[in-house]
Structures are given as C-alpha cells and as structure tokens.
Design a protein around this ligand. Structure first.
Ligand SMILES: Cc1cc2nc3c(=O)[nH]c(=O)nc-3n(C[C@H](O)[C@H](O)[C@H](O)COP(=O)(O)OP(=O)(O)OC[C@H]3O[C@@H](n4cnc5c(N)ncnc54)[C@H](O)[C@@H]3O)c2cc1C
Length: 349
C-alpha cells in the first residue's frame, strides 16, 4: 500500500459497525485521503445482528451484506479481507500483518471489536461448543441442530438471548444455564434478577441457575444414538442437547496492540474524543473503554447505536473536529407489557 498523492492515509482496523461507519465518514470529510480497511473477515461488512436468521433458513451470505461490493469502489474505500493485524508500531506509524507485510498510516482507527469470552474453567470444552460470532460460525451452529432440536445456551448474554428469541419463535427448545453473565452487558441489580428470569421463562426459555446445580462439571459428546452433547453439573444432574452455545459476553480484541505502547486496561483506553494515548491512533466500538467523567472511570459502551456513533465521532475527530463522546442510547433492560424482556441493545436499523 502506498500513500495517496494529496491526502493522508487513514487506516481502519475492523470492518464491523464502528469501522465501516468511520470509513464512510472519513471518505465524506476528506475526499482526497486514502481510506483503507483491514479485516480478518473473508466477507465484506455484514450485519451480525441479523445472524439469528440462519435458524429461519437464511444461509446465503449475500443476504447478510450491509453494502454491495460496488459501494466500496464508488466510495474509494480499499478493503483488505482475510488480513490479520499482528502488531502496530505507534512511533513509526506502521502496521504489521500476520504475513509480515507492513502498512504505513498517517492516522489509525482501531475498531477491532471483541470476541466471545469463555470462562477459564470451561475453556477446555471449547471444541464441544458452537460459538456464534461470525457468519461461518452461525451457519455451522444452525447445521448442527436438527429442526425443533434442543440448544443448551451457557451464560445468556444479550446476544445469546436475542438468538434464544428466534430459536423459540422457530420452535427450537432452549435451555439457558444462567450465571453471572446472564443479561450482559446490562447491569442487573440482585432484586431485579428473579423478575427478569421469570420473564425469560414466560418467553419459553427453560432456565437452570448454574450455581443451584453446583456449576458445570464437564461437557461431553453424547453417546451414539443419543443427543450430541451432555452437560454434567456438580450436583450430579445432567442436560442433553443437540448443541452447546456459549454466550458469556465479549472480550476486546486488543492483542495486536500489546507492544504498541498504547494504554490498555481490558480495552484500549481513549479520552472522550476517542484518542488513545498514542499520537494519531484512535479507537471506537467494542474494543475501547472511554473515559467517563461522571463515573470517574474508563467504561465500555455497547449497542449498535453507540458503536455506530463512536465510528462516526472518531472519524470526525480524525478529520479535525474535537468533539466529545455522548452516549447514543439507553442501557436499561425492561420487561414489556407482554411480559417479555426488552433491551435497547436489540434495536438496530
Ligand atoms: C450474532 C451476534 C448478534 C449480536 N446481536 C447484538 C444485539 O442484538 N445487540 C447488541 O448490542 N450487540 C449485538 N451484537 C454485538 C455487536 O455485533 C457488536 O457490539 C458490534 O458489532 C461491535 O461493532 P465493532 O465495529 O466494535 O466490532 P465488530 O463488529 O466486532 O468488528 C470487529 C472487526 O475487527 C476485525 N478484527 C478483529 N481483530 C482483527 C485483527 N487482528 N486484524 C484485522 N481485523 C481484525 C474483525 O474481522 C471485524 O471486522 C451481536 C454480535 C453477534 C456476533
């Protein structure tokens, strides 16, 4: 990649909601700049909020794309797919890809999101779980569960509960093994939890509190002729299902920034203008923790509206503005008049 003749080279790591919005805003604000997106994904930007549709029979990747391929050509946004960033040198303003290619930038926006977190004590059972964070994983999971089959959902964050709604609606059976990450990223007070769990049950989700069963002892392959998976609890009870799906929230994808000298707590730390501690490097979306003056701490802001607004703000500030972050959405989990839970995190356009 070479530098644009008359403009700066803005590189965006990540083609999710934040990165894609940022690239669009950068292109609008700096017509002469070179705008490049680097992504691990083999697909152009697709809406992961739509992935539960694979259980409604939608399996064609083209249906999930947010924009046609021409969009990128028309907006002169270069997208490098299947490109894993391995390291960033903030001083030299250089990115190294896994295959050792080096890319220079004038400004960098890190919008690398997060990946599904699995608690340490369950990590050895990962090969027996079906994650659901990408199109490929979603299609693989859907293929593993027969019609009207039984999904055992672990954790039950809001991404998982969104999928559970679709599964129930399409006549699958869902058993939730609930725990500390249920309803993540909502912060739920202890006295609110029983009502919210009851609301899940009234939605048709069977709920087992992991702690009541002593926690999960192991996950095993089912015996021949029986369900494909068996979850054993420490109190000796067990559950049989067609797939075990982990939904324990996200952990930020920051590993490639570790040697960059940029400050990291769990996510990349940014000031309210979304600048990291390294000159010329910004962050937006699920990967960043923004300083909140009200809370006197760095915190994550989730949800489609927030993530998109962050991508737009980071791009505007890269282009010369100096505006602060203002959260774009409500974060309160409700129970609707129909008795079902309603989350602002489920809203997207
Ligand atoms: C199935 C599913 C359903 C969801 N439903 C909801 C919902 O209902 N409500 C809600 O609030 N949130 C939901 N989410 C979460 C939502 O997708 C994220 O909050 C949002 O996508 C975050 O956007 P982002 O742009 O920050 O990062 P992401 O969308 O995670 O994008 C990260 C990008 O960075 C790239 N990347 C990561 N590491 C590297 C690297 N080393 N090199 C190059 N590229 C890299 C990835 O390939 C990807 O393109 C859902 C997520 C999933 C998976």
């Amino acid at each position: 990649m070479t530098k644009a003749k008359n403009g700066r080279h803005h590189v965006v790591i990540g083609s999710g909601v934040a990165g894609s919005q940022a690239a669009e805003t950068l292109r609008a604000r700096e017509p002469d700049a070179r705008v490049s997106i680097l992504t691990l994904s083999s697909l152009l930007f697709y809406n992961r909020y739509d992935l539960p549709k694979v259980f409604r029979g939608h399996r064609d990747w083209r249906e999930f794309l947010a924009y046609p391929a021409e969009y990128y050509r028309d907006h002169r946004i270069e997208v490098r797919r299947c490109s894993r960033v391995a390291g960033v040198d903030a001083t030299r303003r250089a990115i190294t890809l896994e295959h050792k290619e080096e890319i220079r930038f004038d400004t960098l926006l890190v919008a690398s999101g997060g990946r599904g977190y699995v608690p340490e004590e369950l990590s050895e059972f990962r090969p027996l779980m079906h994650p659901f964070s990408s199109y490929t994983e979603a299609v693989t999971a859907a293929a593993a569960v027969p019609e009207r089959g039984h999904v055992i959902m672990l954790g039950g964050d809001m991404i998982g509960l969104d999928l559970a709604r679709t599964l129930i609606d399409t006549r699958y059976r869902v058993t939730l093994v609930a725990g500390a990450q249920t309803f993540w990223p909502h912060e739920v007070a202890e006295d609110e939890r029983p009502g919210l769990i009851a609301a899940l049950e009234s939605m048709g989700i069977e709920v087992i509190e992991a702690a009541d069963a002593g926690g999960i002892a192991s996950i095993e392959r089912g015996a021949k002729g029986l369900s494909a998976r068996r979850v054993l609890f420490r109190d000796g009870t067990e559950l049989h299902g067609d797939a075990v799906m982990p939904f324990f929230g996200l952990s930020p994808s920051v590993e490639f920034m570790l040697g960059s000298g940029t400050d990291i707590e769990r996510g990349l730390l940014v000031n309210p203008a979304l600048r990291t501690t390294s000159e010329g490097i910004y962050a937006a979306g699920d990967v960043c923790q923004i300083w909140s003056d009200a809370d006197k701490r760095y915190r994550f802001y989730y949800g489609w509206k927030n993530v998109r607004a962050m991508g737009d703000l980071a791009a505007r500030n890269i282009a010369g503005d100096d505006d602060p972050w203002v959260p774009a959405q409500d974060e309160k989990l409700h129970i609707g008049s129909d008795g079902k839970i309603q989350s602002p995190f489920w809203e997207y356009e």
